[in-house]
Design a binder for this molecule. Structure first.
Ligand code: BTN
Length: 251
């Protein structure tokens, strides 16, 4: 159903398709436990029945309408403290890919939601295995809304909803894998300053006054950027505070 991408060196060259599964991230993890899978292996399904999202949420996707897959990477050149650079590379790759494919406003909402015309079009769940002081393995789960036309949440959208075009899933996957490899190679070759600069240039809400909530309640602040470890930096009354994903919500 999906073809091996022609324009990549290693991403997607080993493509494992399963008609259905609970979660491609969980399946990828299980397969990696059983045998060594090459870096760049992609596990993809047309019907993910219990997709995992961030913060313990579920990721819903109508069978056969979208891309739901996991990419296995081995960023052993990164220390656990540098994990966020991978998040930046992956979200930027999806941003690059969307910029080539559709017209619209595309932003990365910290840490790694991809927004198209202010609605979420793609979610990313990266699950890392750390061994000693290195990232041994990363399972990069990507859910891209492609041809689905209705969502229970008004905050979600798809490529077809925005463009009116029906996309070929296999061709779309090939293009996305190429973009992922391109940004991952930047990371591999130490271009972290470039990745951070590009990430901040498309970060949703940067420099704008926004409303948030934390364990103390609602507050207003200006997003300044992200810390090296990937915390969101917010200027609140001239004091810059940092927040992890569990500590803050956008209102
Ligand atoms: C989010 O909450 O925004 C992250 C959603 C990630 C969904 C993808 S779909 C493929 C992969 N397998 C999963 O179980 N989750 C990710």
């Amino acid at each position: 159903m999906y073809k091996i991408p022609a324009n990549t060196l290693f991403v997607g060259k080993n493509l494992i398709y399963v008609p259905e599964c609970h979660s491609t991230n969980t399946l990828a993890y299980e397969l990696c436990q059983k045998s060594a899978l090459a870096e760049g292996t992609v596990i993809i399904t047309r019907d993910q029945q219990n997709g995992k999202g961030q913060r313990g949420n579920t990721w819903f996707s109508e069978p056969g309408m979208n891309l739901t897959f996991s990419l296995i990477l081995k960023p052993t050149f990164l220390s656990p403290l540098e994990q966020f650079t991978l998040t930046m590379a992956i979200s930027l790759a999806i941003h690059d890919f969307l910029t080539q494919l559709v017209h619209g406003e595309i932003f990365i909402k910290w840490p790694n939601d991809i927004l198209l015309n202010n609605k979420k079009v793609c979610g990313i769940l990266i699950e890392n295995t750390i061994s000693g002081n290195t990232l041994q393995q990363s399972i990069v789960g990507i859910g891209l809304n492609v041809n689905q036309l209705s969502y229970s949440l008004d905050t979600a959208t798809s490529l077809k909803l925005v463009s009116g075009i029906e996309f070929n899933l296999s061709d779309t996957l090939s293009m996305l894998l190429q973009a992922l490899e391109h940004r991952y190679m930047k990371l591999r070759t130490g271009k972290t300053d470039e990745l951070k600069r590009d990430y901040l240039s498309v970060l949703f809400g940067i420099g704008q006054i926004r409303n948030f909530s934390d364990k103390h309640g609602k507050f207003t602040g200006v997003i300044q950027g992200v810390s090296g470890e990937g915390k969101l930096l917010i200027n609140c009354d001239n004091v810059v505070k940092s927040f992890s994903l569990k500590e803050i919500a956008f209102l």
